[in-house]
Ligand binder design. Sequence first.
Ligand SMILES: Cc1cc2nc3c(=O)[nH]c(=O)nc-3n(C[C@H](O)[C@H](O)[C@H](O)COP(=O)(O)OP(=O)(O)OC[C@H]3O[C@@H](n4cnc5c(N)ncnc54)[C@H](O)[C@@H]3O)c2cc1C
Length: 817
Amino acid sequence: MSDQKLPSQARVVIVGGGVIGCSIAYHLTKLGWRDVLLLERHQLTSGTTWHAAGLLTTLRDTETQTKLAKYTLELYRRLAEETGQATGLIDCGSIQLAMTAAKAEEMRRGFNIARSFGVEAHEVSPAEVKKMWPLADVSDLTAAFHFPNDARANPTDVTQALARGARNGGARIIEHMPVTDILQENGRVTGVRTAAGEVKAEYVVTCCGMWTRQLARKAGVNVPLQPAEHYYLISEPIADVHPLLPILRDPGRAAYIREEAGKLMVGLFEIEAAPWAKNGVPQDFNFGDIPPDWDRMYPVIEKAMKRVPCLFDTGIKLLFCGPESFTPDHNYLMGEAPNLQNLFVAAGFNSLGILSGGGVGQVMSEWIVNGHPPMDVWSVNLRRTHRWQDNDAYLWDRTRESLGIGYQDHWPFRQWTTARNVKKGILHDRLAAAGACFGESAGWERPNWYANPGQKPEYEYQWGRQNWFENNAAEHRAVREQVGLFEQSSFAKLLVQGSDALGVLNRISTANMDVAVGRCVYTQFLNTRGGIEADLTVTRLALDQFLVVTAAFTQTHVESWIRNHVPEGAFCVLTDMTDAYAMLNIQGPRSRELLQSLSQDDFSAGAFPFATARQVRIGYQTVLALRLTYMGELGWELYIPTSFALPVYDALVAAGPAFGLKHCGLHTLNSLRMEKAYRDWSHDVGPDDTPLQSGLAFTCAWDKPGGFIGREALLEQKKAGLPKRRLVQFLLEDPKPLLYHNEPIYRNGERNGFITSAMFGHTLGAAVGLGYVSNEAGVSDEYITSGRYEIHIADRKVPAKESIQPMYDPKSARVRA
Ligand SMILES: Cc1cc2nc3c(=O)[nH]c(=O)nc-3n(C[C@H](O)[C@H](O)[C@H](O)COP(=O)(O)OP(=O)(O)OC[C@H]3O[C@@H](n4cnc5c(N)ncnc54)[C@H](O)[C@@H]3O)c2cc1C
């Protein structure tokens, strides 16, 4: 244990002195916080940081992660001069290699996106790669992309520089001081316990690398990560190998290659990885490594070495194996714990902790100081995880796949293959018999599309139309022309009750919740900046009882948002009813006839208007029916007590043929909602987008008593004039190419925004997308409609029509039929 004296209190205690903890300490002091205490179990960097390869590559999957990587590189560039501690940064650039046409298409799309996020990148020929990398075999390349500004650094030196910067700013760092517990009172963190005593603190940040799950769990906080073996080898010295050789990133060979002191380092991302430390990470694992599994790794090494064949004639000096943390969706885990105020987490970096460490420090420190992150970080937010993910067997199995996923083909609609079948709805077997091809979201197995008789319900991935394209088209048509059945039991169903339930929900909702019993209300929850934290429906079941329904993946976030806004002493109780109800969504112009044929209750427009809810009888069962749609048609969501679900489903399916009923999957839900321009939270709208920008201001009850959170920010935005960006619907003029998301939008030949979500619109006849159009002077209707638009897809720009109103049924006549 340290002989340094432990203070009895600090404003913030950071637990863990790897690159992440030191970066957070550094950035907090930059924001003017002095009373910052970092406690490290052993020595700085002694966990995972010390043995990282130090690649600083900026092309990432999302805008957020690209921004974090770009900022990190800029920071590391200036850190040595600022702190006097060298960082070993070498401006060597990087090259991404594609060995197949599919990978070339994926990279070309990624490369356009990276450029639209401000990363410098150029497509280069195999011959140019050879010029930059004479030892490389380029004979199997179909394409390559050069990122001249990428670099590498020495992770230990970077961390020491951040620590020095933090100390210079007033932070205290104490090594050899393991934190044994996180202290809390009334749902709020109050400090930490160590062997040398307790430290009281307003904030605690756990960035203990692979130990984070173990420590956070003691405080009841779920941080689903799992360490795995992670390898690189170092060759013997090789002539002509020099530090400025660009890093080769070679997904086809599941490897990267870079120079290391006159030798080559070959890093490996094997397709099937080996999770590590089944019984927990040992507390005394300091500057540790793992004995390499040569038998398992040899084929992986051999495949990688073929990129630089001289490696076969050079000895391997070292095969290094160290543990790194991986997460179930291969994204980091950052932010405030959903169930413990002021406990922050930053862990699970999936072998990207060095290259994102600077950005992570910046985001976390602003999050702590300002109460919110400086940008939309949903894709890495801890709140996207679920309590059930704190399961050893699940994490172990998923990690086999997640380590290598970054180097695999990133096919559109790609599904995880490991750790499946966590949650199955009660209708699962019936749906499988109907041909469902299941995908996974939040652990739920959900039908994405249905195979025809004789067709295998399996994805055949490719860029362009996949094997289920026509299935989707037929399902889509059925909903537009007759009636479709969607199984959506995965949707989170939260019952909010109590004499203060109305007050709580009304304060956090843009819409007015003080409606008649039996009304369904579409609303957003906003943060104080007017950004959209949730986009959902609330149904008033009784004067003091509301049903909140939200997408499965948002459950933890929405639950925690509601709970955290219940004032002390208020009587408002939230109960998760998700597993108590199955949900069947019956949508399409013949849905009324179908339901009416099975029920004594009146489904006519007069008796059952849009946005209302009733208990209705279907056969012998009584279910809650909500007349709502996310597909743009007449339809009802049926919330069915689980024990009633099988007979209700059977009755619907038996009656269905007379009305053209077809089973439909979630891909069809998506293609239908895109045509109607219904927004998807986390893609089209999120914490950085306001209703004014995203065309959702119609939900705002501006004058309701007590207002709503975010109202003042929206009024300020209104006062400032036209929004600087607005969400617009696009339809490609060419029916062939497909859109997915992130494709750059060009207005009058200039890059303007990017597609936030997209799908093929089978009624409109081409790919449809949503995306923001920006203009510093404000985006008027005229600005939108006067532009000439193109969408950049891989290597060409495709003209697109724009629309402010939904292109499908703009007046919603079908919805209100
Ligand atoms: C072989 C290999 C190559 C890699 N290459 C790269 C690369 O090229 N680029 C890249 O970006 N990333 C790379 N990584 C990943 C990178 O090393 C990690 O993502 C990063 O180091 C994680 O930093 P951290 O601060 O989260 O964790 P750590 O470095 O593990 O730091 C956590 C610290 O917390 C301390 N701690 C734990 N429990 C407690 C406690 N109870 N009390 C006090 N202190 C505690 C530990 O001692 C440790 O020092 C690589 C990883 C490996 C294994």
